[in-house]
Design a protein around this ligand. Structure first.
Ligand SMILES: [Cu+2]
Length: 314
């Protein structure tokens, strides 16, 4: 591991909150560059991180809460889809003159990342829609549960000076609605025979390290495959308003532990969704965690803050 690089990533994360989605992902740049990021587009990646840090310093709201920001609007053309059958979601990003955006900077191999979650946080999808030449994005979707959902478009327009944005919009999934309680905080999640154990903690207002560890049949998984240029993708959604945080690993080890630096915008409860790829298939492990309150000045940055560690809260 490159300690200098890791320190840089962590320092960047200290200055970043929601909105600096890719700022904390700098540590993975060499892998991204080697795998699928054209050299000419790395500037945009770095620029997004810096912009996010500035936005955080200026006290901007977390990502995903607004349908319009920075002169861009998420226009969801299919605000209602049915539960329990395959349908299509269509949307566009419009600029401040109402034109559909057709030029984007790639982030982690894609022009746009589309996240969808139910407001009760039991349903989650990380999708990569296809863009038509006119700027209309579409993706098939099949959601088993009716109810209120939030969609998030995470992208960077190619226009000069544009920063990484995450815009959010409400989506209704029609059918009989059975809202579920948020699963209790737990440090272990099971998915398709994989066991993911979450270490570390998520903190409000300061960088915390999250260290999910992946095993299968009792054996650590050490041959994770890059998915979109990283060994893991982590999205955190705040319970209650679904404020959005997308972070990336600090370093490039292919398991069993994938470390992330993340800063929560407030104390509270969050649902974490970890995407990882192994043997050709992407899986998602989900955790409920509580973000610790910021340590007071008297406590400094000690480990004895009032919040419980994310991985050990019950
Ligand atoms: Cu994505």
């Amino acid at each position: 591991m490159n300690n200098a690089l890791r320190t840089t990533a962590f320092a960047a994360a200290l200055a970043a909150t929601f909105g600096a989605a890719y700022g904390v992902g700098r540590g993975v740049d060499p892998l991204v560059a080697a795998e699928d990021r054209p050299a000419g587009q790395r500037g945009g990646h770095d620029g997004a991180g810096e912009g996010g840090a500035e936005a955080a310093a200026a006290g901007h709201a977390p990502g995903g809460l607004q349908i319009s920001a920075g002169g861009y609007t998420l226009a969801l053309e299919t605000p209602v889809v049915p539960a329990g059958s395959r349908s299509e979601i269509r949307f566009a990003v419009k600029d401040d003159s109402g034109r559909k955006v057709t030029a984007y900077r790639r982030e982690h191999g894609k022009e746009l990342h589309f996240i969808l979650a139910s407001t009760d946080l039991t349903q989650y999808r990380h999708l990569h829609p296809v863009r038509a030449a006119d700027g209309t994005w579409s993706t098939p979707v099949d959601l088993p549960e009716a109810g209120g959902y939030r969609v998030f478009a995470d992208f960077t327009p190619a226009a000069a000076g544009a920063e990484n944005l995450t815009l959010g919009a409400d989506l209704a999934v029609s059918g009989a609605y059975r809202p579920a309680a948020l699963p209790a905080p737990a440090a272990v999640a099971e998915v398709d025979g994989y066991r993911v154990t979450l270490g570390g903690e998520l903190r409000a207002g300061q960088a915390g390290e999250l260290t999910p560890s992946i095993s299968r049949n009792g054996r650590p998984v050490t041959d994770l495959e890059p998915y979109l240029g990283a060994y893991g993708h982590l999205v955190a959604l705040r319970a209650g308003d679904l404020a959005y945080l997308h972070v990336h690993p600090e370093e490039g080890d292919p398991g069993p532990v994938v470390s992330f630096a993340a800063t929560a915008p407030s104390a509270g409860t969050y649902r974490l969704f970890l995407d990882f790829k192994h043997q050709g298939k992407v899986r998602t492990a989900a955790f409920t965690v509580r973000a610790a309150a910021p340590a007071s000045d008297a406590e400094g940055h000690g480990e004895s803050g009032s919040g419980a560690p994310a991985g050990h809260t019950h």
